[in-house]
Design a protein around this ligand. Structure first.
Ligand code: ADP
Ligand code: ADP
Length: 239
């Protein structure tokens, strides 16, 4: 079965009121399936609907029509408490803007999803796993630092470790290297790919950088809310 299944996915937004009201169709009926472990790049120019699609995959937004299923569970019309539960266990996120909590250390930031969502019997695994992940992204000597004491690249590496702490089957990344210079961006991508492989994670990366997309197994390109192309990458760039 597919890890991510998207059927007839549409999103329209109403702007304005009364006679000035207008409907904008942001996504116009999208279909695809992503098998477990695949690394997919979602591409397309600005405004093509990439962020909207990612928000729907994450269950952060509700479709106007169609559905999203993750790991066999249809998430699109679940009540919020149930959805939060599925989301917390199934998805790790990496954002362009890191989104670390400034009052928590690197280690505490990585542990946070574990403290919010781990099962009781997993309680003891959190700390060693957080330390191991921070070490694997090269931050063994930065665990007690606060975000403000870290560079942009280091903050994004903390965010990667945080996304993987609960061993989610799916990681969603929205322009994760967009705020980094080329060298730091390449390093973060390399670490993300290593985690995708060692953990067997299904990885969906939104990017408009063709260089980054070159590493993916598959490239789905959007245009004006529709799929323009969906192709396997026969010769992905290797590390
Ligand atoms: P990015 O392409 O960097 O992910 P966003 O998804 O935030 O950027 O926004 C993409 C485009 O959508 C921008 O042109 C932005 O102005 C527009 N946009 C985002 N949210 C809204 C909104 N609530 N109302 C109108 N336009 C929006
Ligand atoms: P991308 O991530 O590819 O840049 P988005 O998904 O952010 O595209 O946006 C797709 C289109 O939908 C854009 O034209 C944007 O302006 C519009 N849009 C996004 N969010 C809103 C919103 N809340 N209200 C109105 N328009 C929006």
């Amino acid at each position: 079965a597919a890890m991510i299944s998207v059927q007839g996915l549409s999103k329209s937004i109403r702007n304005g009121t009364g006679t000035a009201a207008r409907t904008t169709d942001i996504l116009r009926g999208i279909d695809f399936e992503i098998p477990a472990g695949q690394f997919v790049a979602i591409m397309g120019s600005s405004g093509s609907g990439k962020s909207t699609l990612l928000g729907l995959l994450a269950g952060l937004d509700t479709p106007s029509a169609g559905s999203v299923a993750l790991h066999g569970t249809a998430i699109s019309y679940l009540p919020e408490d149930k959805l939060a539960q599925v989301r917390g266990r199934t998805i790790g996120f990496v954002f362009q803007s890191y989104q670390l909590i400034p009052t928590l250390t690197a280690l505490e930031n990585v542990l946070l999803p574990h403290e919010l969502n781990a099962k009781r019997k997993e309680a003891a695994e959190g700390l060693p796993r957080a330390r191991q992940l921070l070490t694997s992204v090269g931050l063994a000597d930065r665990m007690e630092h606060y975000p403000v004491q870290l560079s942009g690249g280091e903050q994004q590496r903390v965010a990667l470790a945080r996304a993987f702490i609960l061993r989610p089957p799916i990681v969603l990344a929205d322009e994760p290297t967009g705020n980094l210079d080329t060298a730091n961006g390449a390093h973060v991508l390399e670490l993300l790919l290593n985690l995708n492989r060692t953990e067997g994670t299904t990885l969906v990366l939104v990017t408009h950088d063709p260089v980054l997309a070159g590493y993916a197994d598959r490239r789905i390109t959007l245009r004006d809310g529709l799929i323009l192309s969906d192709e396997m990458n026969l010769s992905p760039t290797t590390l």
